[in-house]
Design a protein around this ligand. Structure first.
Ligand code: AHR
Length: 319
């Protein structure tokens, strides 16, 4: 090409534009620290985040914390060192985040919480929390039982509770929401309560211990997630009782495994907790990078699925 004044001018204009165009084209990098792989819910949540990142052209750095807070702290520090654009994480427990989140703030890296909340002294340490209302989920579980009790005036409601991971937002909130509504029906009593760490294996193990000490005194199981309920159902059957009949089973999540148990008459109701947070996370991250306002709390819409609707709803379930 001949170098004319016009060409040179064009080249200069291109040179001026090119760096910013190149910057704009640079994919957004998100460092995401996941709780672990403890439940069917978590597997669906991870798949949703990975899939949404791929579709949105986001470069996702994914770290599995294996349900340990110290692994999440390490992952966040490594994301800071790598200078990612956004840090997102689902905190395994609520407290103990101030220091590492202050480090992220000092490095000017916005933090988005997904699924679970943190308790921090300074709310500006994170931009937004995207996830379910766990207190409401606990209330919904208790509501179902209160309605059941109204229709069955002679039934006893001696409840054993399988709590989620100690100190986690869903365990604390689901317990609180349930306790709040339970008070409206004096026949509902919690006779034993212990953590099953949100896993099937632990749910089964703790239910075995409950059955050993309480036997047929137990008439209701309230599990903070479906996986623990499914593990407990096995323990109930092995002890010679009928889950869903001798012992009512109420749980939270709405995963396929729970629907299968409802179709077999072994689980009475599951309160939905939607794990498909990926697309909303990508949207929020892009909005934050574009300097657009993002609400401090983004709550996901969810339903309640009693066994009577399981057959109709099962084909529509996405997780
Ligand atoms: O934080 C959401 C909870 O964590 C889900 O209810 C449970 O299944 C998961 O492990």
């Amino acid at each position: 090409m001949r170098l004319t004044r016009r060409n040179l001018l064009g080249a200069a204009v291109f040179a001026a534009i090119a760096p910013s165009t190149a910057l704009a084209a640079k994919p957004l990098t998100i460092g995401f620290s996941q709780v672990g792989a403890e439940s069917e819910w978590r597997t669906a949540n991870t798949a949703s985040i990975k899939d949404a990142a791929r579709k949105a052209g986001v470069n996702l750095k994914f770290a599995d914390a294996q349900q340990r807070q110290e692994n999440q702290v390490k992952a966040i520090r490594s994301f800071i060192a790598q200078r990612v654009d956004i840090i997102a994480f689902s905190p395994v427990v609520e407290s103990g985040w101030d220091t590492v989140l202050r480090e992220a703030k000092r490095a000017n890296i916005p933090v988005i919480l997904t699924d679970r909340a943190v308790k921090v002294s300074d709310q500006s340490l994170y931009v937004t929390l995207l996830g379910s209302d766990f207190v409401e989920e606990g209330r919904r579980a208790a509501h179902w039982l209160v309605e059941h009790a109204k229709k069955n005036p002679n039934r006893a409601y001696n409840i054993v509770e399988l709590q989620g991971t100690v100190g986690s937002a869903p365990a604390l909130d689901r317990k609180a929401g349930f306790a709040e509504v339970m008070k409206t029906e004096p026949r509902l009593k919690i006779i034993r309560s212990q953590t099953g760490d949100f896993t099937r294996a632990k749910g089964k193990e703790v239910m075995e211990a409950f059955l050993k000490s309480e036997g047929k005194n137990i008439t209701v199981l309230y599990a903070h997630n479906d996986d623990m309920a499914i593990g407990a159902i096995q323990a109930i059957e092995e002890a010679g009782f009928k889950p869903g009949k001798d012992i009512l089973v109420v749980s939270i999540d709405g995963v396929r495994g729970a629907f299968e148990a409802m179709l077999q008459g072994k689980l009475n109701v599951t309160v939905e907790c939607n794990p498909l947070l990926g697309p909303q996370l990508m949207e929020a991250a892009k909005a934050v990078m574009a300097g657009k306002p993002v609400p401090k709390r983004i709550v996901v819409n969810e339903g309640v699925f009693p066994a009577e609707v399981a057959a109709k709803e099962f084909p529509n379930r996405k997780y």
